[in-house]
Design a binder for this molecule. Structure first.
Ligand SMILES: C[S@@+](CC[C@H](N)C(=O)[O-])C[C@H]1O[C@@H](n2cnc3c(N)ncnc32)[C@H](O)[C@@H]1O
Length: 168
């Protein structure tokens, strides 16, 4: 019995690993978490406070989600790598953050960003170009932070430690 559970867990782990390795081919963005120091700085720069609504577009393993939730925000993540979605859901469950963090297996282009106070992202240039149009759905005043890559055509408010800050 224990042997077959172990066998199934091994298969799940192997499938997850394959998805993780090959997802860049399908998604155009490999999974790479925002560096811890910069992730913390993103939350500070966004001035995230209790009750704010925050979304991470391409939430990966959830680093930004958990940091934003720690500051009291209601956080949403959108992610297309099923392994990372499952992992994030598991950590949410284990840490008891179900009331603060939700993660969806859904494309960032289908994300509901209309009510968000803060939008976080760490995506690569081809996505940044497409984001220019998508971000028109955000309400005026929304703070947008992008790690590593700039949003073409958007007026930059601030750049620090590779973090680009914008306001819709
Ligand atoms: C560079 S990682 C950043 C992860 C996380 N935001 C962080 O800062 O730690 C980008 C993530 O975007 C995800 N991604 C790429 N294209 C996507 C899409 N169309 N919809 C949802 N997620 C996507 C990738 O699977 C990857 O996990």
């Amino acid at each position: 019995m224990l042997g077959s559970v172990f066998y199934i867990l091994n298969i799940i782990f192997f499938i997850g690993l394959v998805i993780l390795i090959f997802s860049p081919i399908f998604l155009g963005v490999p999974f790479m978490p925002t560096h811890k120091k910069q992730a913390i700085r993103m939350i500070e720069l966004a001035q995230i406070k209790s009750g704010m609504k925050v979304v991470d577009l391409g939430s990966g393993a959830g680093r930004l989600l958990f940091l934003a939730a720690k500051s009291g925000a209601q956080t949403l993540g959108y992610e297309l790598n099923p392994f990372l979605v499952l992992w994030t859901k598991l950590v949410i469950l284990v840490t008891g953050k179900q009331d603060k963090i939700k993660v969806f297996y859904k494309s960032i282009y289908d994300a509901n960003i209309k009510d968000m106070d803060v939008i976080l992202m760490f995506l690569y240039p081809p996505h940044m170009k497409k984001m220019v149009k998508k971000l028109q759905e955000a309400k005026p005043g929304t703070i947008i932070l992008s790690y590593a890559f700039a949003l073409p055509e958007w007026q930059l408010i601030k750049k620090e430690q590779g973090i680009y800050v914008y306001r819709r």
